[in-house]
Unconditional design. Structure first.
Length: 190
């Protein structure tokens, strides 16, 4: 099914990916896009006598798609669509395999980011450790001790923390290149 998604429906995968990132897109619209894509994929597979079974994506196949010019975004979105139809235990194993494959580093980062956005995968979030989350959202390949301590500080911040401590935490995150969004930049000032 992965091959079917990427070979025939790359444009639809990118539409879904962009719709999920847009804050003005409704959840219902994204579900409709996903359902329509799934139906098209099933019909195409049936028409062409292809396998209609969802299996864990093969790393060699992902590397081949990447080398053939498929975008990281479309590959990761195809993986997410496949993962939506697999048990969570298989999904965890798949994510770990992708994380351990150096050639798929960019795809792994996008998959983890998308997993955090997907409603069907919210129960995976507690199972993903902090270093994996850092990898997904950082521009760095390795985690510095200073960055890990800053992230751990955030995890323990309570509502009783004073403003000065919070500003220092965000300042440390910014200096380590961990904050790279317009929303988070609102918290950074001198």
């Amino acid at each position: 099914m992965l091959s079917n998604y990427l070979s025939n429906y790359e444009a639809q995968l990118l539409v879904i990916s962009n719709a999920q990132l847009c804050p003005f897109t409704s959840v219902g619209h994204v579900k409709t896009l996903k359902k329509r894509l799934l139906e098209l994929c099933w019909l195409n597979a049936k028409r062409n006598n292809l396998s209609q079974v969802f299996v864990k994506p093969n790393l060699e196949q992902l590397i081949a798609f990447q080398e053939s010019g498929q975008t990281h975004n479309s590959i990761s979105q195809a993986c997410i669509e496949i993962m939506a139809n697999l048990p969570q235990t298989v999904n965890i194993k798949f994510i770990n395999c992708v994380l351990n494959e150096p050639e798929l580093h960019a795809v792994a980062k996008l998959i983890i980011r998308k997993v955090l956005l997907q409603q069907h995968s919210l129960n995976l979030v507690p199972l993903i450790d902090i270093s994996t989350l850092f990898l997904a959202y950082s521009t760095e390949d390795k985690i510095s001790d200073q960055a890990l301590s800053a992230i751990e500080e955030i995890l323990f911040v309570t509502s009783k923390s004073n403003t000065k401590e919070l500003i220092n935490i965000f300042d440390n995150l910014t200096k380590n290149g961990l904050v790279n969004s317009p929303l988070m930049s609102l918290f950074y000032y001198r």
